[in-house]
Design a protein around this ligand. Structure first.
Ligand code: PA5
Length: 447
């Protein structure tokens, strides 16, 4: 089995001798606490053995539902926010054609995302785009009560029913939600939608390998069984019986905690493939929501390179030295583009004639890392042999397990998110939601 690899060499000049190895016992203890279920947040460990416990029957149910949607829809809107959409979007964009939106050949439905913002123009433009289209909706919300998602779903449900008729709408609207509670469950049961359950013990940001991620990914035409196989193999490779030095997730957790202790408070995830932009977004949520608490936590930032070398590059090279960089590097692109000859050579690029674009990209990556190290930025590198379902499954599980271990080493509960409630309370108070009368009065006095 080929696995991802993790290179730490370019972090070492910035750390005291053995700083990473010194954290191995803590990383091992954290990994064992996850395994034994004795850690903080142990009621949310359902993700830990999710890959190896998914049944063939469950995967086939997801695939059969995806097939119904694919046969009946040219467009599928995935309504969800945070952990309820970022993973699906990350995988679909990483595997899809960058120009799917413009160049869709009808073989696969166009997948759109909604319910992740409250932009009125966004929703207006989406509803306009959907007019006349054979669209379906996957409504994803664990709580079933998230405002952004519920608001979008109300609009989409109405339009789908009006446009496609009640019977078809009931076939092409699917819910992924709690088994019993929440408005999404009540609506699904009342309307008779096909529905999938998000297990109680799997938090939103760890849910990509449940139907939350798998159903939209299957609808987009990608191989979810290969993705699960990648995750299963990474689950084995990061288990407690694998010594920390050989355990990618535990090593990553130890390295980032060593860097944090050395004053590197910001981790910048950098890719050199624009297809990984949303993977950055998924990773930011996973680590930000898991670790940023009790006045602690590495701030997860992300850049797309070389694009952002022309914007954030200056800051990374030369700004405050509180950052470290983690590069996701893809060894083999799927396609080959060679530089053509140009008789006039006005751009001076004939020296690249016959060479691959990827060679330039790889040299840009290497040159950037060396420059950043020279500028005082520790760099580590995660290498994926290629962008396919199998390696993305590995990557997802690697980051999840690394996050659990890292948060525990940091000394926080990686599986709760008390901080995300504050804005909701204020928003409901400002909107005058029934039940928030006292908060409304209090907040109005502050304005
Ligand atoms: O990771 C989390 O728990 C959150 O980001 C949630 O996924 C997000 O808030 C959406 O919640 P829900 O699925 O309940 O609509």
């Amino acid at each position: 089995m080929k696995t991802l690899s993790l290179e730490l060499g370019k972090t070492l000049p910035f750390l005291e001798a053995n700083a990473i190895e010194n954290l191995y016992p803590q990383a091992q203890a954290a990994n064992e606490a996850l395994e034994a279920g004795t850690c903080a947040g142990n009621d949310f460990l359902g993700w830990l053995h999710l890959p190896s416990s998914i049944t063939e029957e469950h995967l086939n149910d997801i695939l059969a539902t995806a097939q119904v949607l694919r046969e009946n829809c040219d467009t599928i809107v995935v309504a969800g926010i945070g952990g309820s959409y970022l993973g699906a979007r990350a995988v679909i964009e990483a595997l899809g054609n960058s120009f799917e939106w413009l160049a869709n050949d009808g073989k696969n439905p166009v997948i759109l995302f909604a319910g992740n913002n409250i932009g009125e123009d966004y929703l207006y433009e989406l509803c306009e785009y959907l007019k006349g289209r054979r669209f379906g909706v996957i409504n994803i919300s664990k709580s079933g009560t998230t405002t952004e998602t519920a608001l979008a779903f109300r609009l989409l449900k109405k339009q789908c029913e009006e446009q496609r008729g009640l019977d078809v709408a009931r076939k092409v609207i699917v819910a992924v939600t709690d088994a019993k509670k929440g408005a999404a469950r009540v609506t699904a049961d009342k309307e008779g939608y096909k529905s999938f359950i998000i297990p109680d013990n799997v938090g939103g940001r760890f849910s990509v390998l449940t139907p939350v991620g798998l159903l939209p990914i299957a609808c987009a035409g990608f191989d979810i069984k290969a993705m699960i196989q990648g995750a299963v193999d990474m689950e084995k490779a990061t288990n407690t019986d694998v010594p920390v030095a050989n355990n990618l997730a535990a090593t990553y957790a130890a390295a980032r905690n060593a860097l944090y202790a050395a004053g590197k408070k910001i981790e910048i995830l950098a890719n050199f493939q624009p297809k990984l932009h949303s993977m950055n977004e998924w990773w930011k949520q996973l680590y930000g929501e898991s670790e940023g608490k009790n006045g602690k936590g590495i701030f997860p930032a992300a850049v797309d390179l070389t694009t952002d070398l022309h914007s954030m590059g200056q800051w990374i090279q030369d700004g405050e030295r509180t950052i470290f960089e983690t590069v996701i590097s893809v060894e083999n692109p799927r396609h080959t583009v060679l530089f053509p000859h140009d008789e006039e050579n006005l751009d001076g690029l004939n020296f690249l004639e016959g060479r691959r674009v990827d060679e330039v990209n790889r040299m840009a990556e290497l040159g950037t890392q060396l420059a950043h190290v020279d500028g005082g930025v520790p760099c580590m590198r995660i290498v994926l042999p290629e962008l396919n379902e199998y390696y993305l499954g590995q990557l997802i599980y690697f980051f999840e397990r690394g996050c659990g271990i890292s948060g525990l080493v940091l000394g926080v509960n990686p599986f709760d998110q008390p901080g995300v409630e504050a804005y909701k309370k204020n928003m409901f108070a400002l909107l005058g939601k029934p039940g928030y009368e006292a908060d409304t009065e209090a907040i109005k006095a502050r304005l």
